[in-house]
Design a protein around this ligand. Sequence first.
Ligand code: XMP
Length: 540
Amino acid sequence: MTHDTILILDFGSQYSQLIARRVREHHVYCRLEPCNVPFERIRALQPRGIILSGGPSSVWAAGAPTCDPAVLDLGVPVLGICYGMQLLAQMAGGRVEGGHAGEYGPATIEIIADDRRQTADGRRQTAESRAKQEASVPVAAASLFAGCEATEKVWMSHGDRVVELPPGAAVTARTPTVEVAAFADPARRIYAVQFHPEVSHTPQGSRMLHNFLFDICGCKGDWTMASFVAEAVADIKQRVGADRVVCGLSGGVDSTVVATLIHRAIGDQLTCIFVDNGVLRAGEAEEVVRMARDDIRLNLDAVDAAERFLGRLAGLSDPEEKRLAIGDEFVRVFTEEAERLGGARFLAQGTLFPDLIESKSAFGGPSARIKSHHNVGGMPAWSQFQLIEPLRELFKDEVRELGRELGLPHGILHRQPFPGPGLAVRVVGEVTRSGLSILREADLIVQEEMRKWEHYGTIWQSFAVLLPVKSVGVMGDARTYEFAVAVRVVSSRDGMTADWVRLPYDLMARLSARIINEVDGVNRVLYDISSKPPSTIEWE
Ligand code: XMP
């Protein structure tokens, strides 16, 4: 590896992945690892710097996550954020006090230049040193706050308090209620902030991370998608050797990029498998097969497995059971096809970073499980496949950039995301053939109308959901008692958070009128006005 690596240790904050993407926005490669990753692995990564993430715990809570304190002996800069700051203070010889009411939200920090004589409560600070600090703002280089103003807005999150600094450290920022909003000891190369520099609510957060990466860690910022491709290709070649790989290709951006990347590494040792699982959208199977064979010229095996998937789904109405059944059936089909093709040791999938975070199981970190994404439900114990997931550290917009680097056409890279479990998570409750057929028709109308909208290119996803709810209506002179369809249109940057799109009323009116008039079995249309969080994008 030629470029610098920053290691982020994850203590369970919902923002850990954001830290990773912010670091990469500065063209610095980083890895996010669970906090309890063995020290040998940390050393082997030869990080230029380490960031300890936030986390929901108190350092005093039973079983509070921790990391090997030897990270402080590596001699590389360590930046603690929020919980990471408390832990860093404790590991470096300071004292943290628990039991305080938490404080979350906007705050203004007052930045103080490094002053060795100052203690956590500021009592030993002299008028002279204070005047000197004030004169030195903007703060001198090689400080986390270089280039910042004397006061800055930040997104604070604080429960425990640092009441005694580690020996040699000094307070570098405070607020009226938080005495130690940041501290540093440049001699020991430790830096800590109580707030979150990675969120957009900390306007100068990107500058602070820039200072840490470049001035403090000495990174060069030479990580690009071209270097990602070169390394991924070399890794895949070395791992696969002379073996065969099968790749589940859904036609979505992620699996198409994975297939293209692996094809670049090992050529015809790769066979892509497209599975019609019976829960695809209208016309989708034909379109994906054409795209893969004609546009990208991949070696493609198309399998019609609709009957067996629908059989597996029969009688299931719990969302997690549905997701896990589909995930398991996918692996069965891949296994059988691989055997039919003469055997394959590896299965490649387009798992992305947010899928891992929200599925938790595969990542093993302390974040909560939201949904089992079909491709990360974990490999069933019976499976012999070894997984290849070259996108597992990337976000969607980075995958699109990677696809551009690989020369994939714009039309493929800008397809809306479609979940692996397909329409099965959009027919709420039990998946029946009649339900699927109603949903396909309604969804086609949503797709047609949305594509005509001038702002179609700016949205993340637009789709229909069939609700297991019947209501009374009147059509012509007759009473109807039929299903309701919800329309969901969201904007998002990476699928981790999303907002519902404020569609023009006349577009909503067309969607409603067309669905009710053209789709048999539907007499009511609803528009979903929930953001993520607290809702998710898909209904199941
Ligand atoms: P949620 O519903 O979790 O979805 O807010 C976030 C994004 O991920 C897509 N999604 C999936 N993608 N396998 C996938 O490849 C899955 O199992 C899966 N479930 C949800 C969803 O469409 C949205 O863009």
